[in-house]
Write a protein that binds this ligand. Structure first.
Ligand code: SF4
Length: 351
């Protein structure tokens, strides 16, 4: 098979989400039932392995590199199909994240021209900065920058803090790789949202194995998914109590759920991450949970983002359990969180 452009076959094995790679796979014109034959066993094993590693050992998956180009190229779309077939949001999100993180890890070692070729795959308006004395490697049209940087919390990603000239944002190679990571993540998530038709039993057995694996490890995976900026150790006792109840799969009162959800929204956790926390609860109903969480986050209904009830209200409802020293100085769980974070920062500076 001839590869048509700058990128080599091993590049396509490393970056199998590219449209040219997808075309290559399409040209082979595989029937889904053929996948059950012995010849494809290694590809199916690799596809299952991609998802399994993404779930249980994301750092190792990030560092892994293709060994066999052909298997790598074909196992990717099959892994996407398997992950989509699980219908499990945590599996889908985690798989897209793992592939995207692996991509940005590999891009760090690539030449600028290659990074640009991959960016162009997503139709980015990007060019190399020719001035070798410049600390920047790329100039990217601001719309492509904003499309990928809006979710980033660090101040350095705010447009006002960037060098912008003639509508182009100047980037280093590692910044461009980080933005590409985001683009790849969304691209794969989009692919994972398409409906999968019926699959041969052999593949469904693998899909069910992955579902079983995630049901055993859901708690651990969710904990890893909590953004680094969310510090569980700084949760007030009331919120920690409800959080622990939910994590152990037990149900809690309406006010407890509301307090926890609104607290997490206000400290920066995403709607999807919060929904996943509730997934292990015995009476979990995804549609209802999403409706409630989105309502509290202000993305539907009255468009009001709610804040958690004050300590007095939580006390009345029996949620205020084991208040500690910090509790004596505050009247709101969010104030507790901020105070404890500050305290931890101050201690860290002294060390
Ligand atoms: S005093 Fe406030 S922050 Fe502390 S446990 Fe009670 S409700 Fe939570």
């Amino acid at each position: 098979m001839e590869w048509k452009q700058v990128l080599t076959k091993s590049d396509h094995a490393k970056y199998p989400f590219m449209s040219e790679t997808a075309e290559h796979v399409k040209e082979i014109d595989l029937e889904i039932n053929e996948l059950e034959s012995e010849d494809f066993n290694r590809i199916l094993n690799k596809a299952e392995d991609r998802i399994e590693k993404a779930l249980i050992d994301l750092p190792a998956y990030m560092k892994s590199r293709p060994r066999d180009d052909e298997i790598e190229i074909f196992s990717f779309p099959i892994a996407v199909m398997m992950a989509a077939a699980t219908g499990d949001q945590l599996i889908k999100r985690r798989y897209a994240l793992a592939e995207a993180k692996r991509v940005s890890d590999m891009l760090k070692d690539e030449r600028k021209e290659k990074v640009m070729a991959i960016a162009k795959n997503f139709n980015w308006k990007i060019r190399l900065v020719e001035d070798i004395s410049s600390p920047y490697n790329f100039a990217l049209h601001f719309t492509d920058f904003l499309k990928n940087a809006t979710e980033f919390r660090d101040k350095k990603w705010k447009l006002v803090n960037r060098l912008v000239l003639n509508g182009e944002v100047y980037l280093t190679k590692s910044e461009a790789s980080r933005l590409l990571e985001e683009e790849v993540r969304r691209h794969i998530e989009e692919k994972l949202s398409t409906k999968v038709g019926s699959l041969p039993q052999g593949i469904m057995d693998r899909v069910n194995r992955l579902k079983q694996l995630v049901s055993e490890k859901r708690g651990e995976i969710q904990l890893e998914e909590v953004p680094r900026s969310v510090v569980i150790a700084a949760f007030p006792p009331c919120i920690k109590g409800v959080y622990d109840t939910i994590m152990s799969g037990r149900s809690t009162s309406h006010i407890g759920r509301f307090a926890l959800t609104s607290f997490l929204i206000n400290i920066g956790m995403t709607v999807d991450n919060i929904i996943d926390l509730f997934r292990s609860v015995s009476d979990f109903d995804e549609r209802m949970t999403r409706y409630q969480v989105e309502h509290i986050a202000g993305v539907r209904g009255s468009r009001t983002k709610y804040i958690p009830p004050r300590c007095g209200t939580l006390r009345t409802h029996g949620i205020c359990l084991s208040p500690d020293e910090i509790c004596k100085k505050i009247r709101h769980p969010l104030a507790y969180y901020r105070r404890k974070l500050k305290k931890a920062e101050a201690t860290a500076k002294q060390v």
